[in-house]
Design a protein around this ligand. Structure first.
Ligand code: SAM
Length: 369
């Protein structure tokens, strides 16, 4: 799945990262150009550069990052043909369905292939993904992508209506994932496809509660157990750089300095008004009247005595308060990002061992858990 060599080669699918909101796949084709609002690039200029490179545009307008695809990046970059699954749901489903290296998994429908890429990587060459899609054009596009991404040995894509015609495999899947408008119509077929020699799992992905209820009824009727439903929501954090908070000792000494400064200011004000009163009592009456409301410029501007009140409003900073270090700070955003779907999970416990006509117990064992 996808190239592993260090440098970009002709024919590779790369991920072009322009901004967080603008991430797109690009098939490297010599002779072609890539144009965006971040500049003009020739595909041939990208051949031979190491994956992860930052490339400046030919006209100096901007730059792009050229990344090696991963299922996570593919989900962010893929061409949308349908609604798709995102990482939070994919990770949760993978864990709940106990999908691992070597698992045999069924998914319907394939849609835009977001879930398929992730599952193909998880099951690897020892496992297999059976993917079903009833929309012909979508099935064809997904098939081409799977081949281009080197997944053709891991994924089998069938153009098929699973609600009507069921699945092409029987008694062999470890897990089934249904992302369909009416998953309840496929639950009986899913049961047939699941292997009966061990515990297996199913998940129905439905955007509305009505669909969940119908899926739950169908799962109950088909004999699935441990039915439960989850909704995964993203809680983004807002991260900022702030000055490092002062230590407690710093705060205490700052408060003490402030208190001292206020006290000195109070004493200065008392002394000033006392001096003013004394001066005023020395001045003859007419002069006093003339001076009402006028600033004492002669005294304040370079007179022999200091200004009456020389009080800066902010106390001086001590050396230990000069604080240029910053600290990263994160806060949960109030807005919780939207609901995609409800995930209904259930398990299918192996059939009880049956006694054959010759009296022997046929081997259905519970080896998985
Ligand atoms: C929401 S999309 C699946 C998205 C996919 N999980 C992804 O992550 O990209 C649902 C797909 O199911 C397909 N579909 C709907 N009913 C189906 C059926 N009965 N059999 C097979 N595919 C079906 C639709 O054509 C559509 O492409």
């Amino acid at each position: 799945m996808w190239p592993t060599q260090r440098e970009v080669a002709a024919g590779d699918v790369v991920i072009i990262w322009q901004t967080r909101e603008l991430i797109q796949p690009l098939l490297i084709t010599p002779g072609k150009d890539f144009n965006s609002r971040f500049g003009h690039y020739r595909h041939s200029d990208l051949i031979g550069i190491p994956y992860g490179s930052k490339v400046t545009s030919r006209n100096g307008r901007g730059f792009i990052h050229v990344l090696r695809p991963t299922p996570e990046l593919w989900t962010m970059a893929l061409p949308h043909r349908t609604q798709i699954l995102y990482l939070a749901d994919i990770a949760f489903i993978t864990s709940w369905l106990d999908i691992r290296c070597g698992s045999r998994v069924i998914e319907a429908g394939t849609g835009s292939g977001s879930f398929s890429h992730s599952i193909a990587r998880t099951v690897g060459p020892r496992g297999h993904l059976y993917s079903y899609e009833f929309h012909e054009a979508r099935a064809e596009m997904a098939r081409e992508e799977f081949v281009r991404h080197g997944m053709q040995d891991i994924v089998t894509l069938t153009h098929h209506n699973v609600c009507k015609d069921g699945f092409t495999v029987e008694n062999m899947a470890d897990a089934v994932f249904l992302d369909l408008p009416a998953p309840w119509e496929a639950v009986g077929h899913a049961k047939k496809a699941l292997r009966k020699d061990r515990l297996t799992r199913i998940c129905c992905f439905s955007p509305c509660m009505e669909q969940v209820l119908r899926a739950v009824n169908a799962l109950n009727e088909a004999g699935f157990t441990d039915i439960c439903m989850y909704e995964t929501l993203l809680r983004p954090h807002e991260v900022q750089q702030l000055p490092t908070p002062l230590s407690l000792d710093n705060v205490v000494s700052k408060l003490k300095r402030l208190e001292k400064f206020r006290e000195e200011k109070r004493l200065r004000q008392i002394a000033n008004s006392k001096r003013k009163r004394e001066e005023d009592s020395d001045i003859p009456e007419p002069d006093k009247r003339a001076r009402i409301g006028e600033p004492d410029t002669a005294r304040d501007e370079g007179g022999s005595r200091p200004p009456l009140i020389s009080d800066p409003h902010i106390p001086p900073k001590a050396d230990d308060e000069v604080n240029e270090a910053t600290v990263s700070w994160s806060r949960v955003c109030h807005e919780v990002r939207g609901h995609t779907s409800y995930l209904t999970f259930a398990r299918l416990v192996p059939y009880p061992a049956e006694t054959s006509s010759n009296g022997e117990t046929e081997g259905l064992t519970t080896t998985s858990e």
